[in-house]
Design a protein around this ligand. Structure first.
Ligand code: MG
Ligand code: MG
Length: 623
């Protein structure tokens, strides 16, 4: 797969963009005209930089408003194009993108369009160049790739071909089956972008909300498959206009782009009767977290231990050599690492006591590492001493580690690393917590899509629709990624407003990280009663919430009284019901949630505003 990206997709200067594109693993780059105009050197200098970086210049773009113009605009447009051919010659760009005409002067004159394309072909061929014609979704007379293809076909000039762009086709819901009519040798370049489904003006949607394949809602995989099926083997080039990407890190966005194209090819390769075989192991199959590891100094570990005990966890065993404690309840393992050196210690110094690692139970560890490597996800490997079990993995959100443990090997690993159960009985009542329901990770607005892509491409997770949650001091965007069997659920949260709880978390924490962990239980009232008996400090919910609940859902007043008595939040979508309660934050950083799902699949988004307001109101006593 020949991979390219348009410079307009990235932040920074042209030199920075080219370096990021090359470092991410692309073989080609589209030069957006604005990037060239603002570059202080000559086009030949850009050509030299690209050549040094091993990048082919795949396309120069855009060129607007040429076909079917009246005179004198027509002559003027051809004159302009000749000047662009001069630039391209110096730049070493073999192809220019011609957008379908948006000028109000453009004539609805199809024979004229064909004649103009043919004349353009002659002029391009004389300069050894080619022109790719693209139907803009908002083009005045041509706004459908089927019409653009018919014009290219009828112009019938070897230097005139078609450029397809997912956004322009899929935003107008043009069926991908229509691609089967296009001849591969006339398809000069393919531009790829996804986008969330939004009901808005096409131009604004395109200019601000395009995203990497997989990050949006368009049927990009179907579209790509249709293109491969006609035998196209040219460039696949990302052309992404996105406000977050423009303010994000060029190298990070470029890596995500390269990853998204590799994952797109992989998704097509796994379809029935695919035109080609997979080139990497399949998405990592994981439906369970084996453990969550906290980094904590001794002092912090004591405070965290009190909280875990109040949540009904039992300090079960110490590590055979290290200063690490295993806490357990149901199928949940919490590991608290107080080693005076190593990764967890550095993590604690940087962030304070918090989640530094998560273990995922996977079907195939070697395959998981192979897929991570193929997607350019940094691996984590540690020197292992004699008689030590290696837990390989990758770097996850905010520098946390994501370990892979082979399914079926967990008990052997626990028995080896934590061989001696402590003699002491549990110090608190069990809450009956059974498993980890979800983990909430908070990050900056700019890196939100990047971590989403990480989970989608590495694990084959799917995403839920994004919800906007009103914090008392701004909006927070929240979206979950879920494993195919929903055994693993992770909510991603980010905010553009500096004072939301999400943003303050990222500032105080020095980066992205786990902000809350939700545990599942079969009986939320029993869990709440045990938590209160254990002295767990719960987040108080205002009485007005319960009055509204009663009115909104028509709930039995005795049920509402029970909810109120335990500070339990409630949500329902028809038959399904959700119950949730929250602890206060540990060290003003991580907090815990207890949930009971009765066929409910969401995350109680309607309650998040109440929870955030309650958290904002809470001021911990001065130390
Ligand atoms: Mg385009
Ligand atoms: Mg939650």
């Amino acid at each position: 797969m020949k991979r390219s990206i348009a410079t307009v997709s990235l932040s920074g200067t042209l030199e920075q963009k080219l370096a990021a594109v090359a470092a991410a693993g692309f073989q080609g780059v589209e030069i957006f005209e604005t990037d060239l105009i603002t570059f202080p050197g000559r086009p030949r200098d850009v050509a030299a930089i690209a050549a040094d970086l091993g990048l082919a210049i795949t396309l120069f773009q855009p060129f607007r408003d040429l076909e079917a113009m009246p005179e004198p605009q027509r002559s003027r447009a051809f004159e302009r194009m000749e000047r662009k051919f001069d630039v391209m010659a110096e730049l070493g760009a073999p192809l220019i993108l011609l957008c379908s005409n948006c000028s109000p002067l453009a004539l609805p004159d199809r024979p004229r369009m064909i004649d103009d394309l043919r004349e353009l072909g002659g002029r391009a061929a004389a300069r050894g160049m080619r022109v790719g014609y693209e139907a803009l979704a908002w083009g005045l007379h041509v706004n459908d790739h089927r019409e653009a293809w018919a014009l290219v076909r009828d112009a019938d000039h070897p230097a005139i071909g078609l450029i397809l762009d997912t956004f322009h086709s899929l935003s107008r819901r043009i069926p991908s089956t229509s691609i089967g009519d296009i001849r591969a040798e006339k398809l000069f370049l393919v531009q790829v972008a996804d986008a969330p489904l939004l009901d808005m003006d096409l131009l604004q949607w395109s200019r601000h909300f395009r995203c990497m394949p997989g990050q949006g809602d368009l049927a990009v995989t179907d579209w790509a498959e249709a293109i491969w099926r006609i035998g196209y083997d040219g460039w696949w080039s990302l052309e992404i206009f996105n406000d977050r990407f423009r303010s994000g890190s060029a190298s990070g966005i470029a890596q995500d782009g390269n990853r998204s194209l590799l994952a797109l090819r992989d998704a097509v390769s796994r379809r029935p009767r695919s035109p080609f075989a997979p080139q990497m192991p399949p998405p990592v199959a994981s439906e369970r977290m084996a453990f969550i590891e906290f980094a904590a100094s001794h002092q912090e570990a004591a405070a965290l231990g009190q909280m875990l005990a109040a949540l009904g966890f039992h300090a079960m065993a110490g590590h055979r050599r290290k200063d690490v404690m295993r806490w357990r309840q149901g199928d949940i393992n919490i590991v608290v690492n107080s080693e005076p050196e190593g990764f967890a210690h550095s993590f604690d110094i940087m962030h304070g006591a918090s989640v530094c690692a998560i273990g995922f139970v996977v079907d195939d560890v070697a395959g998981a590492l192979g897929r991570a490597r193929a997607l350019g996800v940094p691996l984590f490997e540690q020197a292992v001493g004699p008689d030590e079990i290696e837990l390989p993995g990758v770097r996850g959100v905010g520098g946390t580690l994501l370990h892979f443990i082979a399914s079926g090997r967990e008990e052997a690993v626990w028995a080896h690393e934590f061989p001696q159960p402590l003699p002491d009985p549990p110090t608190s009542l069990s809450l009956g917590l059974t498993h980890i329901d979800h983990v909430a990770q908070t990050m900056t607005h700019e890196e939100f899509l990047s971590w989403q892509l990480f989970y989608l491409t590495l694990f084959g997770m799917t995403k839920t629709p994004q919800v906007d949650i009103a914090d008392t001091l701004g909006l927070v965007h929240s979206q979950a990624v879920e494993s195919p069997g929903k055994g693993i659920r992770i909510t991603l949260n980010g905010s553009q407003s500096g004072q939301t709880l999400s943003s303050r978390f990222v500032q105080h924490y020095f980066g992205a990280g786990v902000q809350h962990i939700a545990f599942a239980c079969p009986d939320v009232f029993a869990a709440a009663a045990a938590a209160q008996a254990n002295g767990l400090d719960l987040l108080p919910i205002p009485p007005n919430y319960y009055d509204d609940l009663e009115a909104r859902f028509g709930l039995d007043p005795t049920l509402v009284d029970r909810l109120r008595a335990h500070n339990i939040l409630y949500d329902s979508d028809g038959e399904a019901e959700y119950f949730q309660l929250y602890s206060r934050a540990f060290a003003r950083r991580v907090f815990f949630e207890i949930v009971e799902r009765r066929a409910y699949q969401g995350y109680g988004a309607a309650n998040a505003v109440v929870r955030l307001a309650a958290q904002a109101r809470f001021k911990p006593p001065a130390a």
